[in-house]
Design a protein around this ligand. Structure first.
Ligand SMILES: Nc1ncnc2c1ncn2[C@@H]1O[C@H](COP(=O)(O)OP(=O)(O)OP(=O)(O)O)[C@@H](O)[C@H]1O
Length: 670
């Protein structure tokens, strides 16, 4: 038997698998993925001849245009995405293909070199790649498996398709029904390992667009258990009618809420979350840009953002506050925005001793090429500190390049960091891409959440730091780089080393000097920092802002509050308060978000009057007098929070309470 394009050990295994299957009629023990094996069995049972040389005729024009009409919405949203994907794989001998739910190709964009051969196997609009006709192939098999499928070379059932390598993923519409298939096909010899990842990512984007378009007129609530993922492809999204009925949920949301794809009985919002829709809309209106925290009935707490439809809303909110959502947003820059382009270490000194220590230590290593590691809870200002360090040093005129290792998918970190040359892999842009390391040449590379860097990447990064050279993916050429490295982490890297999650040698490389930024609740300069943030926020609203002050009551509250979200939370609270001021110029307790006072599990407001509730103290009350249970509890919470570096989930686990309970304790204990 002659098999096309066979190479390396994997091909030999495939040759054996084919021999077993086609000549001896046995099931191969190795070499095939379960979806391919299942597909081969289906093809054999249906009597398909693997040596068949006849290509079924493509549908006529009429058939194609009918199929396109049926999938008009899919085509409308897929077009731009396909072009973008094609831009990235141009010149790699591949095509991007969109097929309908029957496997008929609706649209394709292809490389001229490959098109000729592809057309011979009918990879053109109108052709059907239904598995029943074409045997095992990525498009047809993905439709049956309802999952992403990769079919390489001789895995294709029909021998004449063995020169292809295809990666396909089904696309589901906003209601979880199959809408089509996106595929990248190319010559088997130019097979690339990132292709399926690129297809899946593009499908996620396409599904997101389909969802947003379908529910454009409805209230959408985006959420994730981690705040930085709200707004990303990984977020869960719900579409909710104004009566609170759930209209749609994307796959992430369905999984988080335990809903099945085509939920027949639309649940009401407050059967899924511990708040009613009206309360959520109110909170969203008063929270400005800040994320909301919502507790799901299943127990977890998520961060959420409400996206209200454009135009007038008819739902009656629980209070008038929700109406503010419709007000146009100010466009002036806000405090902390502009990401500290001209901030220096001196600007950060606002009187706290521990912060001062960190500033002094950082200043001493400036210009000495000593890597700096910044530790601290989320929101304490690690990135701002890194920028200030850069702006205060000898490389201030060079670039400051930041990469958050926790926020980008693991398989993209390598290309983001090291870059790649054109054609390095299927997803590669023709002109290649310069990685962050090279971009930071002459300046500072800031690796945020370095503890989340995958181990494989850690080895490569270590080599760069040792050799001071970088080679992009797909290139043997090394380019010298001269940069200052600053890393940040919210967790104890030493523990990650002990658990085998972080390389010890890299640990010593990146933490030549470690500075720890104190959590806001432990800082002694709250007044100064509040004044500074208020000044910036007030400036952002123009001339009226100059008169804004903070009442003594609120300032006292700020000084005693536990600030689980640190400076970021303080900044948001001040931003919201400034936005809520009408004609008055003084920020009063009534301008503070409800979250600060807590909401009980059933969504009832507590302690909400014009008066500030007694705020939670920031530190345990010591002394020799007998302490109340609350004080002891607070001390335990504070100790555990310190031990886990401010990670609320870890602290909640250790204390045996839910995250929401812990937030309430942090926010309300007296
Ligand atoms: N000293 C400060 N003055 C004014 N704003 C500050 C200060 N420190 C931090 N901020 C603001 O607080 C927010 C959070 O800061 P930053 O992103 O630097 O924190 P982080 O510790 O890096 O957070 P994460 O760990 O979540 O990435 C930013 O908007 C920043 O501008």
């Amino acid at each position: 038997m002659v098999l096309p394009q066979l190479r390396d050990r994997r091909d030999n295994t495939l040759v054996d698998a084919r021999r077993f299957f086609f000549e001896h009629g046995e099931l191969p023990q190795a070499g095939l993925t379960p979806p391919v094996l299942r597909s081969w069995q289906r093809c054999r049972s249906s009597g398909l001849d693997h040596l068949d040389k006849h290509s079924p005729d493509p549908e006529g024009r009429a058939g194609l245009s009918e199929a396109r009409e049926r999938s008009a919405r899919l085509l409308e949203h897929a077009g731009g995405i396909m072009e973008h994907v094609f831009e990235q794989i141009r010149a790699s001998g591949s095509m991007v293909i969109l097929a309908d739910i029957h496997g008929m190709i609706l649209h394709s964009l292809g490389d001229a070199d490959f098109l000729g051969r592809a057309q011979r196997v009918a990879l053109q609009p109108g052709a059907s790649w239904d598995e029943a006709e074409r045997g095992t192939n990525a498009i047809g098999t993905a439709i049956i498996e309802l999952a992403p499928v990769e079919v390489m070379g001789a895995e294709h059932y029909l021998e004449r398709n063995g020169f292809l390598t295809c990666s396909a993923s089904p696309v589901f519409d906003a209601r979880g029904r199959l809408a089509g298939v996106l595929d990248i096909s190319g010559d088997y010899r130019s097979q690339q390992r990132h292709t399926l990842g690129l297809v899946r990512l593009s499908v996620e984007l396409l599904e997101k667009r389909l969802f947003e378009a379908e529910f454009a007129k409805e209230i959408q609530i985006a959420f994730h258990s981690r705040p930085e993922y709200v707004g990303s492809l990984q977020e869960g999204v719900l579409a909710v009618g104004e009566d609170g009925r759930l209209l749609g949920a994307n796959p992430v949301a369905r999984e988080a809420l335990g809903l099945c794809a085509g939920f027949v009985q639309a649940p009401v919002f407050n059967t899924l979350f511990r708040l009613g829709l009206g309360q959520v809309l109110d909170r969203a209106a008063s929270a400005g840009d800040a994320l909301l925290m919502l507790e799901m009935r299943r127990g977890d707490t998520v961060y959420a953002r409400v996206r209200a439809p454009r135009g007038p809303r008819t739902a009656v909110p629980a209070t008038g506050l929700a109406d503010r959502a419709a007000e146009p947003r100010r466009t002036a820059p806000k405090a902390g925005e502009g990401r500290g382009n001209d901030i220096t270490l001196d600007c950060l000194a606002t009187g706290d001793e521990r912060l001062q220590l960190a500033l002094d230590r950082a200043r001493r290593v400036q210009g000495k090429d000593i890597p700096l590691l910044i530790q601290g809870e989320s929101g304490v200002g690690k990135e701002l500190f890194a920028r200030a360090f850069h702006n205060s040093g000898t490389r201030r005129d060079g670039p400051f390049v930041a990469l958050n290792c926790a926020a980008i998918p693991e398989n993209l970190i390598e290309s983001e960091l090291f870059g790649y040359v054109g054609g390095a892999f299927t997803g590669a842009r023709r002109e290649g891409a310069v990685g962050k390391i090279q971009q930071a040449h002459g300046g500072t590379l800031f690796l945020d959440e370095i503890g989340d860097m995958p181990l494989g990447m850690q080895a490569r990064l270590l080599r760069v730091l040792q050799e001071r050279c970088v080679s992009p993916i797909g290139s043997l050429k090394t380019t010298p780089v001269d940069l200052s490295l600053v890393c940040a982490t919210h967790r104890m890297l030493r523990d990650a080393v002990k658990q085998g999650l972080f390389r010890e040698d890299l640990y010593y490389r990146v933490n030549s000097l470690t500075v720890t930024l104190p959590p806001l609740r432990e800082r002694t300069d709250i007044r100064s920092i509040v004044t500074k943030i208020l000044a910036a926020e007030a400036e952002a609203i123009g001339a009226r802002g100059a008169a804004i002050t903070i009442s003594g009551e609120v300032m006292n509250f700020f000084e005693r509050y536990a600030w689980p979200g640190n400076v970021r939370q303080l900044q948001n609270v001040i931003r919201v308060a400034v936005a809520l001021l009408d004609d008055e110029c003084e920020i009063q307790p009534v301008h503070l978000p409800e979250e600060l006072f807590g909401i009980d599990a059933d969504g009832e407001h507590e302690e909400r009057s014009g008066q500030a509730a007694e705020p939670p103290p920031r530190a345990a009350v010591g002394g020799n007098v007998a302490r109340s249970l609350d004080e002891i509890e607070l001390e335990a919470v504070a100790t555990v929070m310190r031990e886990v570096g401010g990670n609320v989930s870890a602290a909640a686990r250790r204390l045996g309470v839910s995250r929401n309970t812990l937030y309430r304790k942090l926010g309300r204990m007296t």
